[in-house]
Structure formats: structure tokens, C-alpha cells
Ligand binder design. Structure first.
Ligand code: FRU
Length: 474
């Protein structure tokens, strides 16, 4: 251990001793013990245990240099904090242990991540094409708790020469006897794309090919991921730099997926881009496969570079959480998401089941954590008001999530409206935790996620002719 690691360990313990304070701490979502969280990293199921690492800045709830925090779980709901797995303590990762993945092979965990280096301030550095390094690093573990030495595998000179210095977020999979690694990239001409490397031994990687959209699509793709589910090939990417048209009404950056026709390694065509989530707080999702073959997607329930927006937890010493783990599945040819089935086993108290009649509201009082389903929706008639502050409503061909008060100190923390256009809605499922709401529409064909800070735990649903059921999650 070098002197920097030793002191970072001490400082982290000090910061974590301060404990984040309570009013908006979540009940069944993964949060940082203190400080700041962003992307999920190294998600995996390893030797019967779920592991989730996260981009972590324990020293400041508004962010800072990134470490990897580490949680484990038996059911993806209750998470036990295991401390910091990786500190930015080497010359090749000294400005952040950036995002990456875990790949499991022969009882060993292979962690690949990006070592971020920002060179000292100089006027001629633009920090896009000059002034920074993105190094691909490997660490292995036999038990998922003790990690070996960091090995630097690739630097910018190993990446194609037409790329800028923005290359990051490796995700690895295996096909036949070859390993593939996809990374996000920005070209020198400001075009976002993903690049693929191949390897026979997981150590020596060579550039293989690129994944590009027909027309330029944003200037940077972050956190790419590739998997197949129900016969559909899915390329996920968090895209920066989409502007104009429909993007003006959406988040500053987007997280979505293309479906892939053909072979992503050779000749392929990408579909149009579908958003994973239409809400305010969703970025940098990563997937992994469970022991029983389910594809799980977890994202950062937050959004980068939104200076105008403030999470009201900052004054309590922490900020951000993960989305609830979602199973990705395909039904009627459509990629959908639903909360993992482990939630059904979590202790819950059935609050109410009702057939909703005309002009009758369904009212739920005093439930800060709940799972609410409204099924059999008639004539698109659906409106819900949460905490008297957040409205979910179908009107004029679209499903909307909007805050009544857009004041920075209100539940909205300064946000307005998000929507998705759809012809009809059949069912809506709300997963409400203390300070977040995840809304699954039409069996999760559309999902909307947001943080919110309600003053009351009151929910009202208007959906004449539908059936509603609500349980409190304990
Ligand atoms: C996405 C991202 C990644 C990067 C990490 C740094 O939110 O910008 O591209 O590796 O966060 O925290």
C-alpha cells in the first residue's frame, strides 16, 4: 500500500463517520453511506452473492474525485456496505477510478475500469483532444472482497488515432473462445461511437471494430453495454450532445438503446434510439446476468451537468441513489423493464385492492414506500397525484410526469415536465420509495423515474373502470 492509499483510507473513514442524515434516506434503493454517488459499476452475481460497485465521492455530496464504493446483497434489495474497493492512488488513475464492469470467468472476478488522469492546468489543453488520459485497467479477485494489484492494460495510444482523449467505461463479454470489450468514445470530429477490442486471454487487447450510427448521433457515448435478450440484440449507450427537435424537451444527456440487426462485430445496422427511461433522473445504466439467466439493468438515479437543479439531500450530507434493479424482458417484440421479482418476496403489507368506479378516487394515506399497480385502464383514463406535488397523467396522446410547483425548494427541486408519446395506456405500476418514484407504463414498455421530496405521503389515483392494488413495502 502506498502512502496515498493509506491516507485516503483514513480520510474516507472520517467522512463516513459523519453519517448522512435522515429525512429523505431511501428504504429499498442503494445509496452512498455519505457523499456523492453516480454510475453503477462492476455489477455481477458472483459465487452466490450480488455485487454492486458505484462511482463514489465520500468527501463532498456535490462530487469530487471518484473512488469505487462496494455493496453486496443476497436479493438485490437489501445491500450491505463493504467499504471502498478502489482508490485513485496510482499514476494511471489519480484523477478518478472511473466506470467499468466485472466479468466472471472460472471462479474469478475480472474488474475492468477507466483510470482517469487530468494533466495540470495549461492554456493549450482543451481536455478533449489534449490534457487528459483514459487508461484501461484490470484488477482481479478470487472472492469479490480482496482485490489484487491494478494492471494498466491500455492507454490512449492503444486506441484508434482519430479518437479524442475521451474513451472510457469498458464492458466485457465472451463469444465462443474470444473476449470482447466495448468502450464509449468521442472522435476528434466530435462524433459519439463505441469501439470494440478483442482478446484471447483477457489481458492483451487489440482494437477490432467500431459501432456507429448511420448519421452522427451526439458527440460522446458513455457507458456502452451490449447483450442479447429474448432474441433481440441490444446496444445500450448514454449519449451526450443530442440537440434540437424532441431532445429540447428531454434531459441534458440521454440513456437509451439501439437494437442491432446482423452481427455487431462485423456487419450490422442499428435501429432508432429508444430511451430506457423518460423521467428526470436516469443515467449510465449497466446490465449483468443473474445465476438464473435474467438480464438486470441498474442505473444512476441522477443526471450529470445540471447546475440549475438541486437535490434537496445535499444539506443532509449525501446525494443520489441507484434505480431499483429492473429485469429487461421482451414481450410482443418490445424491450421492456420490470422491477426484479425479488421485490415480491420482500416483506409487504397489503393496503388495499379496489375496482375503481366512475368519479371515485383511490386514496392512499401515510405510505412512504409502496408498490401500486393500476391495471385494466379504460379509455386511457389515468391520473395520479403524489404528495400533492407530482402529477402522472395521460393526456392528448402522451403520458406525462410533471411537478406542480417548479420552485427549487419544492418537491421538484426545480424541474418541470417529461413525457412520452403513446397511443394508449393499459397499466401503470408505481414503485414509490421515500424520495423517489419509478413508473412502469404498459408492462414497462415506457419507464419514468424521478427523485422527489414530498411533504406528505398522500397518493390519489383517478382511473375509472380500472383495478388498483397497493402494498406497503416494509
Ligand atoms: C457517466 C460518467 C462515465 C465516467 C464516470 C465518471 O456518468 O461520466 O463516463 O466513467 O461517469 O464518474
Amino acid at each position: 500500500m502506498n502512502a496515498l492509499t493509506r491516507d485516503l483510507i483514513k480520510l474516507t473513514k472520517l467522512a463516513e463517520g459523519a453519517k448522512a442524515s435522515a429525512p429523505f434516506r431511501q428504504s429499498f434503493h442503494l445509496m452512498p453511506p455519505v457523499g456523492w454517488l453516480n454510475d453503477p459499476n462492476g455489477l455481477c452475481w458472483f459465487k452466490g452473492v450480488y455485487h454492486a460497485f458505484f462511482q463514489y465521492s465520500p468527501f463532498d455530496p456535490e462530487g469530487g474525485v471518484k473512488l469505487w464504493g462496494h455493496y453486496t446483497s443476497n436479493d438485490m434489495i437489501g445491500w450491505e456496505y463493504q467499504g471502498v474497493a478502489f482508490y485513485p492512488d496510482q499514476p494511471f488513475d489519480c484523477h478518478g477510478v472511473y466506470s467499468g464492469c466485472a466479468f466472471i470467468e472460472d471462479g474469478e472476478m475480472y474488474i475492468y475500469y477507466t483510470g482517469n488522469v487530468k494533466l495540470e492546468d495549461r492554456e493549450d489543453y482543451d481536455y478533449i483532444n489534449t490534457g487528459r488520459e483514459a487508461n484501461t485497467v484490470l484488477v482481479t479477485s478470487k472472492d469479490g472482497m480482496q482485490f489484487g494489484r491494478k494492471k494498466e492494460l491500455m492507454r490512449n495510444t492503444d486506441y484508434p488515432s482519430d479518437l479524442s482523449r475521451h474513451v472510457r467505461d469498458p464492458k466485457v463479454w465472451k463469444q465462443g473462445d474470444t473476449y470482447y470489450m466495448i468502450q464509449g468514445a468521442r472522435t476528434k470530429a466530435d462524433v459519439g461511437q463505441a469501439i470494440i477490442f478483442e482478446s484471447k486471454d483477457m489481458l492483451n487487447w487489440t482494437f477490432k471494430s467500431r459501432v456507429e450510427s448511420g448519421e452522427p448521433f451526439g458527440y460522446m457515448w458513455e457507458c456502452p453495454d451490449y447483450f442479447e435478450i429474448g432474441g433481440v440484440k441490444v446496444l445500450s449507450a448514454s449519449v451526450q450532445g443530442l440537440e434540437g427537435g424532441v431532445w429540447e424537451h428531454r434531459n441534458v444527456y440521454q440513456s437509451g438503446y439501439f437494437t442491432v440487426e446482423g452481427d455487431i462485430l462485423e456487419k450490422y445496422a442499428l435501429s432508432e434510439y429508444h430511451l430506457w427511461d423518460y423521467g428526470f433522473d436516469y443515467y449510465a445504466p449497466q446490465s449483468f446476468e443473474t445465476g438464473d439467466g435474467r438480464r438486470i439493468l441498474i442505473a444512476w438515479m441522477g443526471m450529470p451537468d445540471c447546475e440549475e437543479y438541486t437535490n434537496l439531500t445535499i444539506e443532509d450530507g449525501w446525494q443520489h441513489c441507484f434505480t431499483f434493479p429492473r429485469e429487461v424482458y421482451v414481450k410482443d417484440g418490445k424491450v421492456r423493464q420490470r422491477p426484479v421479482k425479488e421485490l415480491e418476496k420482500r416483506e409487504r403489507k397489503l393496503q388495499d385492492v379496489q375496482d375503481l368506479q366512475d368519479a371515485e378516487d383511490f386514496e392512499i394515506e401515510g405510505c412512504r414506500t409502496c408498490d401500486l399497480t393500476v391495471a385494466g385502464i379504460k379509455d386511457n383514463a389515468f391520473r395520479a397525484v403524489l404528495g400533492g406535488e407530482l402529477i402522472l397523467e395521460y393526456r392528448e396522446g402522451r403520458f406525462e410526469m410533471r411537478f406542480i410547483d417548479q420552485n427549487k425548494t419544492s418537491a421538484s427541486a426545480g424541474r418541470g415536465l417529461r413525457y412520452a408519446e403513446m397511443e394508449r395506456i393499459e397499466d401503470v405500476r408505481l414503485l414509490v420509495d421515500v424520495s423517489s418514484v419509478e413508473v412502469f407504463v404498459n408492462g414497462g414498455e415506457y419507464v419514468f423515474t424521478t427523485r422527489y421530496y414530498p411533504k406528505s405521503a398522500h397518493i390519489r389515483v383517478e382511473a375509472p373502470g380500472a383495478q388498483a392494488e397497493v402494498s406497503e413495502i416494509i
